[in-house]
Design a protein. Structure first.
Length: 485
């Protein structure tokens, strides 16, 4: 149960990887009850394999419940289904996404107020950023032949499964430059450290992904002067490009010049040709007379309106069964490493105030923990705070047990973000990194890491050792070795 699930009027847990089948079961129930008469015969035929009774066997959600939820979706419109997180991190993630959006198309909420939109064009103009790759099951394999590596806002040694051997690959690269402000697991191998400005000290631009009715490109200026001797990474790259043996002829001298000058006049014009349009007209930011600060003015591009998918012609709805690493006999539990509410993917673990922030559902902090269903814990003789070993085919991590009723009996979960080997005194050697034991398996069609498709076994490893802090419990750890709290 996530904070979203805890806030919901009704939480409907399903077997991992079956959320897409549930979405199509809801769609079938809507069509069968003629709640959306305009759906048509072709839609009914495409959904024939997803009768509530059949879906109940796949998902463990009762057929009567599926029928009731389907009716509520139609009666309480506009209704929208949103998918993300673990369901898309299975080996059938693309099927799940298509299934959920098929339900949205049937509900008539694609491209409508209160619904979901798909901005077009689907790819970014080359003038505004790199084209996304379609399939890359081994994103770090290309590093094996790299002679130079530039690291910017990334820590792949920490965030990649150990089975990908990213650390071993990075160690062999002849020259590495890092633009990080803190030494982490990847930048510790760097030959050169060039700290970037913070986001408040530099010009920024962004191109949000699909989800809005229009594509928007944003650019904004700094709100404060740099506090330290740092430089914006784009400025460094622009300067270096002009000093190469074969210089790259760029029309800008600085990043802000690119955003304020060339972007509106050149890249924005190119963007309009591919389907984008200017919003209100871009504004140039001029230097102030006092102190040389620049006005902060936003500029944007809006894309064409979203294109609705016809509910009469849904995409293929053939069920794609999820697969998992590890057989159910030897590894009986599904493993769910989820993004920490405080640290996200671990990139914020160096901030002590976030270390001190209690988890919204368990109230634990300053460490890692393993969430286990009470019935599972009782069967395995595991008590609150006991050390447990979580083992996959890739290795083992050890952390205290958190007995938590908001998790299915056949699932164990761990927050991601702790377990750093090198990331300031507040995060180094604190907790464990559950990403390390993930199996290197990918979604079949997109190539994305299926980080929710690893099975594990758990076993009690020892009594509580004080490594878990809880506001609501009796266990606390002193985060400073020689201080009292």
């Amino acid at each position: 149960m996530s904070p979203t699930g805890a806030s919901a009027d009704e939480w409907v847990p399903t077997k991992p990887g079956t959320e897409g089948a549930l979405a199509l079961g809801l769609a079938h129930a809507i069509v069968a009850a003629k709640l959306r008469p305009e759906a048509g015969v072709s839609t009914a035929s495409a959904l024939s394999a997803y009768a509530p009774e059949q879906v109940a066997r796949i998902t463990s959600v009762a057929a009567k419940r599926i029928e009731r939820l389907a009716r509520e979706l139609v009666e309480h419109g506009p209704a929208v289904a949103i998918v993300g997180g673990p369901p898309l991190a299975q080996t059938n993630g693309l099927f799940t996404a298509v299934a959920v959006n098929t339900l949205n198309a049937l509900l008539g909420t694609v491209g409508q107020p209160g619904g979901v939109s798909f901005m077009l064009p689907a790819t970014q103009p080359s003038d505004l950023g790199p084209q996304p790759s379609k399939r890359n099951p081994r994103p770090y394999e290309s590093l094996a032949n790299a002679k130079v590596l530039l690291i910017d806002e990334a820590n792949p040694v920490f965030s990649a499964p150990k089975a990908w051997k990213v650390r071993e690959t990075v160690e062999k690269i002849p020259f590495i430059a890092s633009f990080g402000s803190f030494v982490d697991e990847t930048s510790v191998f760097a030959d050169l450290l060039l700290p970037d400005h913070s986001f408040l000290e530099s010009w920024i631009d962004s191109l949000p992904e699909a989800g809005a009715s229009a594509a928007v490109v944003n650019a904004a200026g700094p709100v404060m002067r740099p506090l330290h001797d740092t430089r914006a990474t784009p400025d460094v790259l622009i300067e270096v490009s002009a000093k190469l043996k074969k210089p790259v002829a760029l029309p800008w001298k600085t990043f802000d010049e690119m955003l304020k000058g060339s972007m509106p006049e050149e890249a924005w014009t190119a963007a309009q040709k591919t389907g984008f349009a200017a919003v209100g007209g871009p504004e140039r930011a001029a230097p102030r007379q006092s102190g040389g600060d620049r006005d902060v003015r936003g500029a944007g591009l809006s894309g064409p309106p979203a294109r609705s998918q016809s509910p009469q012609s849904p995409r293929s709805t053939a069920y794609v069964e999820p697969t998992f690493d590890g057989d159910a006999t030897g590894y009986p539990f599904h493993f769910l490493p989820y993004a920490s509410q405080a640290f996200y993917d671990g990139s914020l673990a160096h901030l002590p105030w976030l270390q001190e922030l209690p988890d919204p559902l368990t109230s634990a902090m300053w460490s890692s923990w393993v969430e286990i269903n009470p019935a599972t814990a009782a069967r395995l003789n595991i008590a609150q705070g006991d050390l447990v070993d979580v083992t996959s085919s890739q290795g083992t991590v050890r952390a205290p047990a958190m007995i938590f009723p908001g998790i299915a009996p056949d699932v164990v979960a761990m927050p991601v973000g702790q377990g750093h080997d090198s990331f300031t005194r507040y995060a180094t050697k604190r907790g464990v990194n559950p990403i390390a034991i993930l199996a290197p398996i990918a979604e079949a069609e997109t190539g994305a890491l299926a980080w929710a498709a690893t099975r594990v076994k758990i076993a009690r490893a020892g009594d509580p050792d004080g490594s878990l802090i809880m506001f609501a419990g009796e266990m606390r750890e002193n985060p400073h070795e020689h201080e009292t709290r």
